[in-house]
Design a protein around this ligand. Structure first.
Ligand code: BTN
Length: 250
């Protein structure tokens, strides 16, 4: 598998497992790579990547701080069934985690944060529009401890902090596209997700709007929903927020 760059704009994956032909749109600064693709109704295979974002968005309507030391990218995917659509963020978490594990020890916090030593390294925002899904990925690549300290983000980390040296955002971007363009069966993805998921087997606090409770995270459904045991009852958590008691971060 190799990644070809054509006129710096177009990249396609050649070789076994060919899946997607990506068209890349690069921005020095934009509001949010997800918003650009969504508002422009970009077709499947479009990729937006920005050096920084003025209005980076996270899950639950939160702000995602996007200084120029990070990697911010979004990819438009198509899907056939609702189950495929729901599965897309699961797949993305595994792809991103696999790439980042080449740099540092890390895992997945359900549903799709990538964490290293209990701190957030990367966030993923999946948004649907028309018949498409946008997967937005924000990675703290070369962000310094000072930035996190000055911005009140004690539970964030970066590859720079984890590895002790600066890393190339271009290299990571290419590696991510390669990973996301590969074909992997649902079973293979779910198997990897379960191995990487740090939420499973732990006592967690489930927060869904005003409803909060403690539960044990025991399994995942085939779509990636979290199965918890609450007061002896099996509950499937498919929306809202889960925070792990021992490591809560914004
Ligand atoms: C989260 O952790 O809540 C999800 C964060 C997702 C951030 C990425 S950065 C690229 C893309 N553009 C956005 O505005 N958000 C996603």
């Amino acid at each position: 598998m190799r990644l070809l760059r054509l006129s710096g704009e177009k990249a396609c994956l050649l070789g076994k497992g060919l899946l997607m032909d990506f068209k890349i749109y690069k921005f020095d600064e934009t509001t949010s790579t997800n918003t650009v693709l969504k508002e422009g109704k970009y077709p499947v295979g479009s990729v937006a990547v920005a050096r920084c974002q003025s209005g980076g968005r996270g899950r639950g309507g939160r702000l995602f701080r996007s200084p120029s030391t990070g990697l911010y990218m979004s990819v438009v995917f198509g899907f056939e069934t609702l189950a495929d659509k729901l599965f897309m963020p699961v797949r993305a978490a595994v792809d991103v985690c696999d790439v980042l594990r080449e740099y540092t020890e890390c895992g997945i916090k359900w549903p799709n944060d990538i964490v290293a030593q209990g701190k957030k390294l990367c966030g993923i925002l999946a948004e649907g529009f028309d018949d498409r899904v946008i997967i937005g990925i924000g990675i703290n690549v070369n962000t310094t401890p000072e930035f996190f300290r000055e911005n009140g983000l004690p539970y964030a980390t970066s590859l720079y902090i984890q590895t002790g040296r600066e890393q190339s955002t271009d290299k990571i971007f290419n590696e991510l596209l390669e990973a996301m363009g590969k074909h992997r069966s649902k079973e293979e993805v779910m198997d990897s997700y379960k191995k990487r998921c740090q939420t499973l087997g732990r006592e967690i606090r489930v927060i869904q709007g005003n409803n909060e409770y403690n539960a044990a995270a025991v399994d995942l459904t085939e779509c990636g929903e979290l199965v918890v045991i609450k007061d002896g009852q099996r509950v499937v958590v498919n929306s809202g927020e889960v925070s792990v008691r021992s490591c809560e971060y914004a």
